[in-house]
Design a protein around this ligand. Structure first.
Ligand code: SF4
Length: 83
């Protein structure tokens, strides 16, 4: 089951915790000091990335250590096909 990682980037306080626990997925921007989700796509001002089952736990850790709780890991449920 794939997961969607969402980062509400404008609310980031640049604490660096996500990049510390999951540097494979998170890094601190050299431009403005905020966190960036690596290989993400932008959805408005949010960063998003689809990851596999195996990649979710590290990102959940990042979500847990984020002091402002702006990292979300959501399961992508298969949409039922309409006939
Ligand atoms: S843990 Fe949260 S507030 Fe801290 S840098 Fe990462 S996204 Fe920003």
């Amino acid at each position: 089951m794939p997961f969607k990682i969402i980062h509400e980037r404008p609310k980031c306080i640049a604490c660096g915790s996500c990049a510390a626990v999951a540097p494979k997925y998170w890094e601190m921007s050299e431009k403005d000091g905020l966190a960036d989700l690596k290989k993400c796509t932008m959805n408005g001002e949010n960063e998003e990335r689809i990851v596999s089952d195996e990649e979710a736990p590290l990102n959940r850790e990042a979500a847990e250590v984020c002091p402002v709780q702006i990292i979300h890991v959501e399961e992508i449920k298969e949409e039922k096909k309409k006939k």
